[in-house]
Design a protein around this ligand. Structure first.
Ligand code: NI
Length: 214
């Protein structure tokens, strides 16, 4: 059991070590811890699948890999080293598949484990960490902190979501403030509530300062 976790940790660290888009190893580690926390709270006995899925959830992401196929191959090659039962392997792949946000285009969730890992991943996109990640990611894409001339985009295609012009503050309205209502577990909802309120406070202060109010 632990051997598979250790091996996965090492593989993932190697792949994501130099990522500057907010999907670095520390993101993975936070999602893993949060997923385990939610799993325990939700009464899941076997947390092994949850932990492996959380560790691997960004490895095959086509934002981070040159192509979808390359990402799948990479994921497959790690899973092959873990001596898993075929059924567990398929379960992990289906969990990872349902985690991705992709402009709000939702995939149906296959299992309680998928709900937990997705909640954990989305929770790491909100709150104080979410704010920090948003500006780091925006900076890596050359986006401004805020551009009052742009409008908030709704119902985007994946293409528009990834490549359209936006600002970091817009990202709160286009994605982050919608995540609270997409939680699938009660534990996820409780944590999201608190982080959501924190972001609202941040935005209020941001606009006060933007507008020159004291
Ligand atoms: Ni992630």
């Amino acid at each position: 059991m632990n051997e598979a976790i250790l091996l996965t940790e090492n593989e993932v660290k190697g792949i994501l070590e130099k990522d500057a888009s907010g999907h670095d190893w520390h993101h993975i580690d936070r999602v893993r811890k949060l997923a385990l926390h939610i799993g325990r709270k939700e009464g899941i006995n076997d947390l092994h699948i949850i932990e492996l899925s959380a560790l691997l959830h960004d490895v095959s992401d086509d934002k981070l890999q040159p192509s979808y196929m390359r990402g799948q191959e990479l994921l497959e090659s790690i899973l092959d080293q873990l001596n898993l039962h075929q059924i567990d392997k398929s379960k992990i792949k289906s969990i990872i598949d349902s985690v991705s946000f992709k402009g709000g285009n939702q995939k149906p969730l296959s299992s309680i484990e998928a709900k937990i890992v997705r909640d954990a991943d989305r929770l790491d996109a909100i709150g104080a960490i979410g704010i920090a990640r948003t500006f780091a990611y925006g900076g890596s894409k050359g986006q401004s902190l805020y551009n009052p001339e742009l409008s908030v985009r709704k119902n985007m295609t994946l293409e528009e979501y990834r490549n359209g012009e936006s600002s970091s503050i817009h990202h709160f309205y286009e994605k982050l403030l919608t995540l609270k209502d997409s939680m699938c577990t009660n534990t996820g909802r409780e944590i999201a509530e608190e982080r959501h309120t924190y972001m609202e406070g941040f935005l209020k202060q941001f606009f006060n300062e933007w507008n020159g109010h004291q």
